[in-house]
Design a protein around this ligand. Structure first.
Ligand SMILES: *[C@@H]1O[C@H](CO)[C@@H](O)[C@H](O)[C@H]1NC(C)=O
Ligand SMILES: *[C@@H]1O[C@H](CO)[C@@H](O)[C@H](O)[C@H]1NC(C)=O
Length: 379
């Protein structure tokens, strides 16, 4: 994907380079070439002196962020830093406008296509003390304004789908400068397959099953991070950008072969309606608790659902169990029913008689519903 972007940018770079060369070759043009900074260098036209003359002041607008990426937890508040100032400091206050916009995570770096329109959407615009927020950000965002020029964006009640690249743009007159800040959520990626077996979901069904488990389809970045953390899974699954991939840490036959380096194996973009795979879901619930219900006897699935309800909670979803395992360290060597009819248990400290020697959420798949196990509830 990145190589296509570079491919598109290359002609542009060549044009820019030629222009720069042309300017350098023009006699006396040196003073007009701005130094390369992230700030826009412009000429400010001051008030005339009445004789038809105009003062020119070189003032530079600089927009900066000390953190190019920020990671946070779902449901919490996060601050995306952004500051601007002028060099030199202007004598009179200027009218600046600030616009925060957003490129959702599943579109960052993705090729544009009819189904996958890569556009930045507006999050908030502010001018003076007035501001407007948009879409799902309405009422959830504000500017921090802890000091002059502080345009940091505060987002409350972070949602799973808030991840992506945010752009802080300061607009002064007709010119503007911007920086970007990437927002990531701390969470966990888990493969998800159908009760009826492997490779049953088209893209839209994969989106739905992740949502049903209190999760979303994972982005490429999230799966990549999970792979770096050791995720190895030899079944291909949908990602949020419409590609199908799978993570391999130990190359082997049947999983791309032994000649390929460890990494993400990609089938590229697949047909969203016609092609069927598993799903990679991303979950990051931190609100609420997942617990193994204390109960005297083992339960079939119907009894398990009722037992959680009697305890004032609900039978836990797969995404909630994975989050509790990953983010809260839930460790329990007892198999329990989950809402989708699967039976699993979470192990953070691997030990004898509790599955393989690595930590993980162990799965018994989808046993017949009359079989008896414990149950994990969520409150
Ligand atoms: C993000 O998720 C929330 C809650 O699940 C939903 O209401 C909202 O519409 C979603 N936003 C986008 C842009 O998909
Ligand atoms: C679970 O057991 C109850 C009796 O306690 C029974 O009524 C119910 O049908 C059983 N459910 C399943 C799925 O076997």
């Amino acid at each position: 994907m990145r190589s296509t972007m570079i491919g598109l940018l290359r002609p542009l770079l060549v044009v820019c380079a030629s222009l720069l060369l042309l300017l350098l070759l023009l006699p006396g043009a040196h003073s007009r070439i701005p130094r390369y900074t992230n700030g826009f260098h412009y000429q400010d036209i001051g008030n005339g002196n009445g004789n038809g003359e105009i003062y020119f002041n070189g003032v530079r607008l600089l927009v900066e962020s000390p953190q190019p990426s920020v990671s946070a937890t779902r449901g919490s508040s996060v601050t995306l830093p952004c500051h601007y100032h002028y060099e030199p400091e202007p004598t009179a206050p200027r009218r600046t406008r600030v616009k925060w916009s957003w490129l959702p995570a599943n579109t960052v770096g993705a090729p544009a296509s009819a189904e996958n329109v890569v556009t930045e959407t507006e999050v908030m615009v502010a001018m003076g003390n007035r501001h407007l927020s948009y879409g799902s950000f309405r009422g959830r965002v504000r500017l921090r304004r802890s000091a002059p020029g502080d345009m940091s964006l505060v987002i409350n009640e972070l949602q799973l789908n808030d991840t992506g690249r945010y752009r802080c743009e300061v607009i002064d007159g007709v010119e503007d400068e911007s920086v970007t800040v990437d927002l990531e959520l701390r969470g966990v990626v888990f493969p998800y397959y159908s009760q009826t077996g492997r490779y049953h979901f088209n893209f839209y069904e994969a989106q739905q099953v992740c949502q049903d488990q209190d999760a979303t389809l994972a982005t490429f970045e999230q799966l990549f991070t999970a792979w770096e953390d050791g995720l190895d899974w030899c079944n291909a699954g949908w990602l949020a950008d419409g590609t199908v991939q799978y993570p391999i840490t130990v190359p082997r036959d049947g999983c791309g072969g032994v000649d390929l380096d460890p990494g993400l194996r990609s089938y590229g973009q697949r047909h969203r309606l016609l092609h069927r795979y598993d799903a990679f879901c991303f979950s990051a619930s931190v609100k609420g608790t997942v617990y193994f219900l204390k109960h005297l006897t083992k339960l079939n699935f119907t009894e398990a659902v009722q037992a959680c309800a009697r305890d004032g909670s609900q039978i836990a979803k797969v995404g909630q169990l994975f989050s509790a395992w990953r983010l809260m360290g839930l460790d329990r060597c007892d198999a329990g029913w989950l809402a989708d009819g699967s039976v699993r248990y979470p192990i953070t400290k691997a030990r004898a008689n509790c599955g393989p020697p690595e930590p993980g959420v162990r799965s018994f798949g989808f046993p017949p519903l009359f079989l008896k196990f414990g149950v994990y509830c969520y409150r």
